[in-house]
Design a protein around this ligand. Structure first.
Ligand code: CU
Length: 96
């Protein structure tokens, strides 16, 4: 893992960074399992802006992520999220 994703191992301690790509109007992967305290970075590889917004209560939101840009968040609770710009785009964060 570290050989291929050396940047994810640069953070001291045990927390990891996971990447979710946004492409073709989808979150890839759209279902991710992490440990509490890990970070997820969403990278917009699409040609239109997207966002990442907590689905039930809008507890958190990335605001629009422009093409080529990214946004990251430290995960403390499991969440279902969606793109508030394109309501059909949905993703899920599980904590193991
Ligand atoms: Cu979107």
């Amino acid at each position: 893992m570290c050989l291929f994703l050396s940047w994810s191992c640069s953070t001291p301690g045990k927390s990891k960074t996971y990447t979710v790509e946004i492409k073709d109007m989808k979150f890839v992967p759209d279902d991710i399992t992490v440990n509490k305290g890990d970070t997820i970075i969403w990278i917009n590889r699409d040609i239109v802006p997207h966002d990442v917004t907590e689905e039930e209560t809008k507890a958190w939101t990335s605001r629009p992520i422009l093409p080529g840009k990214s946004w990251k968040m430290k995960v403390t609770v499991p969440s279902n999220y969606y793109c508030s710009i394109h309501l059909v785009m949905k993703g899920r964060i599980r904590i193991q």
